[in-house]
Design a protein around this ligand. Structure first.
Ligand SMILES: Cc1cc2nc3c(=O)[nH]c(=O)nc-3n(C[C@H](O)[C@H](O)[C@H](O)COP(=O)(O)O)c2cc1C
Length: 170
């Protein structure tokens, strides 16, 4: 069984592509297992002490629709003792007032259920007005912008995964 469960949702494929990059960077499917949240149940989270949550922001500050459907089911998951890292896909130019909100919405919920957040990410190098994903001057997780900064994605993923390996202790 892989040590890390990566649960993602996607509308147009970007978040899945990023999830696959993260998995590869960790060393493949023996280390990180990918689970589409559209097919997930709360029990699927039980197997993992380390969890990665990936969600793009849609419809001006909303969760991607499969995460929206799963949101209330999060209450059934025992997050205490789990380390949880977040990443999101968003568009800082087109949606500058709601950049990466979904990542912040999920982090707020899951940390209130006992999850320990790891993988904070600096806001340097981004240009936006407001985000629910920023706490104490940092993103609660890795912010990816395939619409405007796809050339930075590889490097961002590599740097973040190196950080997560330390924080997860894997
Ligand atoms: C109608 C629409 C609404 C969007 N709303 C937001 C938003 O509020 N905040 C944001 O950061 N990105 C927003 N985006 C950008 C998407 O999150 C971005 O394109 C992302 O890469 C999509 O990921 P996916 O391919 O995994 O679904 C929006 C895009 C569209 C087309």
């Amino acid at each position: 069984m892989a040590k890390i469960g990566l649960f993602f949702g996607t509308q147009t494929g970007n978040t899945q592509t990023i999830a696959e990059q993260i998995q590869k960077e960790f060393g493949g499917d023996g280390v990180v297992e990918l689970i589409d949240i559209a097919d997930a149940s709360p029990e699927d989270f039980e197997a993992y002490e380390c969890v990665i949550v990936g969600c793009p922001t849609w419809n001006i500050g909303e969760l991607q629709s499969d995460w929206e459907g799963f949101y209330d089911e999060l209450d059934a998951i025992a997050f205490s003792g789990k380390k949880v890292a977040y990443f999101g896909a968003g568009d800082q130019v087109g949606y500058a007032d709601n950049f990466q909100d979904a990542m912040g919405i999920l982090e707020e919920k899951i940390s209130s259920l006992g999850g320990t957040t790891v993988g904070y990410w600096p806001v340097d190098g981004y240009d936006f007005n407001e985000s629910k994903a920023v706490r104490n001057g940092k993103f609660v997780g890795l912010a990816i912008d395939e619409d405007n900064q796809s050339d930075l994605t590889d490097e961002r993923v590599k740097t973040w995964v190196a950080q997560l390996k330390r924080e997860f202790g894997v």
